[in-house]
Design a protein around this ligand. Sequence first.
Ligand code: NAI
Ligand code: MG
Length: 486
Amino acid sequence: MAEPLEYPRKQALIGGDWVTTQGTLDVEAPSYGNVITQIARSQAAEVDSAVQAARLAFEGGMGDWASWTARRRGEWLIGFATAIEADHDRLAGLECVDTGKPLTQARGDISACARYFRFYGGAADKLHGETIPFESDFAVMTLREPYGVCAQIIPWNYPAQIFGRCVAAALAAGNTVVLKPAEDACLSVLRLVELAQEQGLPPGVLNVVPGLGSEAGAALSGHPDIDHLSFTGSPVTGTRVTQAAAEHHVPVTMELGGKSPQLVFADADLDAALPFLVQGIIQNAGQTCSAGSRLLVQREIADQVLERLAERFTALRCDVGEADADCGPLINARQKAKLEARLEAAANDGIRTLAQGCVAEAELAGGYFVVPRLLTDIPAGHDVLQEELFGPILAVQVFEDEAEALALANSTDFGLCAGIWTRDGGRQLRLAKGIRSGQVFINNYGAAGGIELPFGGVGRSGHGREKGFEGLRSYTRIKTVALHHG
Ligand code: NAI
Ligand code: MG
């Protein structure tokens, strides 16, 4: 059983004040399945106050945010990155117990969160509009302006990282934020915003309304006074959120997961590829939007690759987050039950589990563990090749040639990432161009999260780009100024 946690706050942060909500929500430790603390249960009234506070702060009616120059915002963000690094152990501990992820991963996530603030801090004063040659008696320029109040709805799989990705970019561009973290994991986020307050962020610039998706989330996405909305989560909820935002013509960025393939050709460097094939699917127990959940392998080397992969999968161990094993638990009982039902259906359809990892014995009965599995003999078009399973499950398909590999890579409605393993330079580029996805990795996968690299989907994976300068630009809009000087 995980120890009860006294910290963190059981309130919402609105206009610089910690506000007590009518009810609270229990927080579970997924490694053990017991309740460790509570968080606020914000409702429409709190969301409305938070949006009003963000509006006031944006317009200069609360604190002095509206007068901060880009350079000052950048300096604050960089200072905040340093504060996150100084609080690293505490933040990583919270992330580890709250999500169940192995401690080393939790530590990496906190470092990534700090890097987002450092990156966007450095970028804040390097963002500018253009001048445009027009008629000779005109001077035309574009102003790159913040939207205003940004609503951000984030998931439970990478709370601190996604907080960094969304909040750092929005603030760097001069917006204010109302953030709805996920009910299943938001303890690190609560600590992060407390730190932001300590670092002197003016009241109302960053507001946080913990609560249920159906309550706080729905109220925020349908709020008439937000100017921009970014959402990360499932396609189904993404549709709902988009519809709510459309009611008030609010632009949205949707990051909705994927079914990303890794393609391994006969000429690939297998020693280099194998660790990425495994890590790409077991990281965060497969609960990663960009997980490499499909392996496409060329016929000539299929037996060899599967044999070597099976060896690695068999050696994988699941354990509680702080034990820092290969794999932690899934986030909650619902996700575990959903995945187990899908695996059972797959087995009934004749799909073979070629190899699987194990759960460290001892007292793990209460945790939401599902061991990593390597699935083969999958009928074309089957659910496990089409749907995001959100678990450590790698689905294998064999291809004959490049044309078939490309067709299989593009055979889902998703398109977030793809990995290509081949030494043939022409093929690398042909496939990079042909694959429908937002990111393509050649002879690597994931680029260690690459916060500098634009990221986002096509099709059911969503639209809009985050990370890198592209992500910063997406938190601004262009105003065209045409001056007739005669
Ligand atoms: P979800 O998409 O429902 O939750 C994501 C966020 O949306 C949470 O903060 C939640 O509170 C909020 N939300 C839920 N309903 C809402 C509504 N009606 N209006 C506004 N906000 C709402 O995802 P959930 O249920 O936690 O997980 C289900 C599946 O979603 C997973 O199995 C996985 O396939 C996918 N998922 C994908 C993620 C990704 O990174 N792409 C992250 C989390 C889940
Ligand atoms: Mg939790």
